[in-house]
Design a protein around this ligand. Structure first.
Ligand SMILES: Nc1ncnc2c1ncn2[C@@H]1O[C@H](COP(=O)(O)OP(=O)(O)OP(=O)(O)O)[C@@H](O)[C@H]1O
Length: 498
């Protein structure tokens, strides 16, 4: 019976591997061998590469097995019947203990290969991967479960692979079953399960023995909304307890919400390693780029990666609300030159252009550090290159996770400017009160309307994350969550009951 584990536990190790037929060596990774800085590191990948041999047909594989030996005997130069395909090339990065790191990339970019190298289920062609701590990995969905076994049998099967005793699994079984929540299906063979049910069970088992490193490959994508929320909550709990988490996802919001950092892979190369929102922006650009623009985009992303540290959030006033000193109370709105959106996306201009989006105080001073509860204007110019009809100018405020907080349209939600002529220019200004709690936020800008003989409204120009800004507290923080509704509260103490 063949079995390939997809929930697996690995011990501290240091795998050094050579290319192709070279002997592989695996050595123990002792805590005392670690340099002090390495003690903070859960995963260190150094120049990791993985090359697959691609054969045109199965017969070529056989030829490769026989012919080179024969050719050597007759003193011919051995011929190669395959071509090399580099799924990963020269990947180096570190993950600190307790960090949550997302991996994003287009299909085939090498994400799963990287996770498998880290987990040790695949050997690198060259390079080294150090991991420190027990790893629980939720890799390719379903490939590990024995389809003939019932769910319950698989719980014990995996639990023991994870290093738990039968007795311990028995003890925590109610928790596992309650988390998986698949009812009586637990007594059915896994081959009768939907992919969502397999995921529920696999996730429940893999987190039951709290791992030091938790690696998840896209598995959560198959769960329903409610279960995904439950998984996120569990991942959050693991995070809070200091588990290092590495996961692959195509879901931008999830990466932005959960991760401290995100890596962008493309064509086997680590293109970007930075804050999740910026990584996701580069990823989105790659997904939507026509093939002929990919190389140019690669160059741009590499360049952005080099200069990323300049715009590090550490260089700007913090979002902290703890400091309620008098200096903090007197803080003024200001403009910080380097505080610019790294995630701006300019869509094509279809007859109009948004120019110079900015935030101003009511005295027309440009700012990007705003004081909560004060009034500002969000402004931009619009230039029309074509005649257009039924025009609306828009703005939208989002937080760093992409949650849409509030927006407006001019003239209004249900009105529009009937027509504009090519060459006309507008100054658009939205006055607002900054009822946001301290944090980092973004403005989108957009012009909707009709051009030519179109009868369907489209964006004539749109800029996502056009302006980035930070909000500082106006006094001590007065409200919870994102929006400050200026809530006033009162309590009346009831008379003591006799
Ligand atoms: N065993 C293999 N033999 C040959 N090529 C392989 C093998 N496994 C993966 N590849 C190739 O390596 C590249 C990277 O694959 P990988 O599965 O790591 O990509 P991925 O980023 O996880 O993709 P996806 O988002 O589609 O899951 C792909 O082009 C894939 O076809």
């Amino acid at each position: 019976m063949s079995y390939s584990p997809f929930v697996s536990l690995f011990s501290k190790k240091d795998i050094s591997l050579g290319r192709g037929d070279e002997p592989l060596s695996e050595t123990a990774f002792n805590e005392q061998d670690l340099t002090p800085d390495l003690k903070d590191i859960a995963i260190r990948a150094t120049h990791l590469s993985k090359c697959y041999q691609i054969y045109k047909a199965p017969s070529a594989r056989l030829k490769q097995f026989i012919m080179p030996r024969f050719q050597r005997v007759v003193r011919m130069r051995p011929k190669q019947y395959y071509r090399d395909f580099w799924a990963l090339r020269n990947i180096s990065f570190e993950v600190r203990r307790g960090e949550t790191v997302g991996i994003v990339g287009r299909n085939g970019s090498g994400k799963s290969t990287l996770l498998q190298l880290i987990c040790g289920t695949l050997t690198p062609t060259s390079g080294v991967c150090h991991t420190s701590g027990n790893i629980a990995a939720l890799l390719e969905l379903g490939t590990g479960f024995n389809p003939q076994f019932t769910g319950l049998e698989n719980v014990f099967f995996y639990g023991q692979i994870l290093g738990m005793s039968y007795h311990h699994i028995n003890q925590i079984l109610p928790d596992i079953l309650s988390f998986a929540d698949i009812g009586n299906f637990i007594h059915q063979p896994v081959k009768t399960y939907s992919s969502g049910m397999v995921m529920r069970l696999a996730f429940a088992v893999s987190v039951s023995r709290e791992p030091e490193i938790f690696v998840v490959d896209e598995a959560l994508a198959v769960g329903d909304e409610a279960f995904r929320r439950k998984c996120f909550a569990r991942i959050e709990a693991l995070r809070e307890r200091g588990t290092t988490i590495l996961f692959v996802s195509h879901a931008a919001t999830m990466v932005i919400e959960l991760c401290d950092r995100a890596l962008l892979l493309d064509s086997g190369e680590l293109l970007y390693d930075g804050p999740p929102k910026e990584t996701i922006t580069h990823y989105h650009k790659l997904i939507f780029a026509p093939p002929e623009n990919i190389s140019k985009l690669h160059r741009e992303i590499r360049k952005a990666a080099e200069s990323a540290s300049i715009a590090s959030p550490d260089n700007f006033p913090s979002d902290s609300t703890a400091d309620t000193s008098s200096e903090k109370k007197e803080i003024q709105p200001q403009y910080v030159e380097g505080l610019v959106s790294q995630s701006r996306i300019d869509y094509d201009q279809l007859g109009a252009a948004i120019v110079d989006p900015r935030i101003e105080t009511l005295d027309e001073e440009r700012v990007n550090i705003l004081i909560a509860m004060q009034e500002y204007r969000y402004c931009y110019q619009v230039k029309f290159f074509q005649n257009a009809r039924r025009i609306q100018f828009g703005m939208l405020i989002k937080n760093i996770s992409g949650v849409e907080i509030g927006g407006a349209l001019h003239p209004s939600l249900f009105e529009h400017i009937d027509s504009v002529m090519a060459g006309e220019e507008f100054q658009v200004s939205f006055k607002f009160r900054c009822q946001l709690n301290p944090g980092t936020y973004f403005f989108n800008s957009g012009i909707q309307g009709l051009t030519g003989v179109d009868s369907k409204k489209t964006y004539l120009h749109r800029i996502i994350d056009a302006v980035m800004f930070k909000v500082q507290p106006y006094r001590e923080r007065e409200a919870t969550a994102i929006v400050n509704f200026d809530i006033s509260s009162i309590t009346t103490r009831n008379k003591k009951l006799k």
